[in-house]
Design a protein around this ligand. Structure first.
Ligand code: ZN
Length: 242
């Protein structure tokens, strides 16, 4: 199977559309949570991913948008956008989000928005937190999102520690015989200084993972956010990918 792996779409429909075109051909979508929150098109994004064979899990903003997470946990801008999203979501789409599981095991891959041990909330950004997950949980390859940073974390058996592998944009990563935590980055709100939508291609026959980037019309998303009165800081950050 050739999967397009997407995470943290955050209601950014122009970014999602561009990724789904750029990723062709693929057999199915793996979606690692946070389809909504921050962005101006939550309903369109929830509906669009269902146009394809889909395996999806829930993220913290999805929980916020359906009233399952206390919005006081979120920062001010995120909270404002979530209040707006709560009112905007159709009841059908709210139901879709509330039916999403926090983790899924698929073909030997573990899917979680945050981390294997704390699927909704943990930010896996360094070797130390990755190590704790590798030690405590029996998984081979885990796919996570949440940080909005494309990244691979590898278990180095002989050293009893995890190491950080920055994305190689030129060639794909072989998954054979390795324990890895892979993060495709964010479709709708990248935070690594590159405003282009970030995603990955997972090929389970070749056992490879490919980090991908594609530019989209940021200004269209920004214009829609302005029209909906979403927080200025959220509008500005899309341009710089921070
Ligand atoms: Zn997110």
């Amino acid at each position: 199977m050739r999967y397009v792996v997407i995470s943290d779409i955050h209601g950014n429909f122009p970014a999602l559309q561009m990724v789904l075109v750029d990723a062709q051909p693929f057999d199915a979508i793996l979606c690692l949570g946070d389809i909504v929150g921050y962005g101006p098109n939550p309903n369109e994004c929830v509906e669009r991913v269902q146009d394809f064979p889909l395996t999806a899990i829930v993220g913290n903003h999805d929980w916020g948008a359906i009233g399952r997470a206390d919005l006081l946990i979120f920062n001010n801008d995120a909270r404002q956008a979530l209040y707006w999203t709560q009112h905007e979501l159709s009841s059908e789409n709210r139901k879709f989000l509330s039916d999403l599981p926090p983790t899924v095991q698929l073909d030997g891959f573990l899917l979680a928005h945050g981390s294997p041990r704390e699927p909704i909330w943990e930010y896996l950004v360094d070797a130390r937190s990755a190590r704790e997950n590798f030690v405590a949980y029996d998984f081979h390859v885990a796919l996570v999102g949440h940080t909005h940073l494309p990244l691979a974390l590898e278990w180095a058996e002989g050293f009893n520690q995890a190491r950080v592998l920055l994305p190689d944009w030129e060639s794909s990563l072989s998954l054979n015989e390795r324990r890895l935590i892979l993060n495709p980055g964010s479709v709708g709100q990248p935070r690594d200084g590159d405003p282009r939508a970030s995603y990955a291609i997972l090929d389970t026959e070749k056992m490879t993972w490919e980090f991908r980037r594609i530019a989209y019309a940021v200004e269209i998303t920004q214009e829609r956010m302005r029209a909906r009165g979403l927080p200025l800081r959220l509008i500005d950050r899309l341009q710089v990918g921070r």
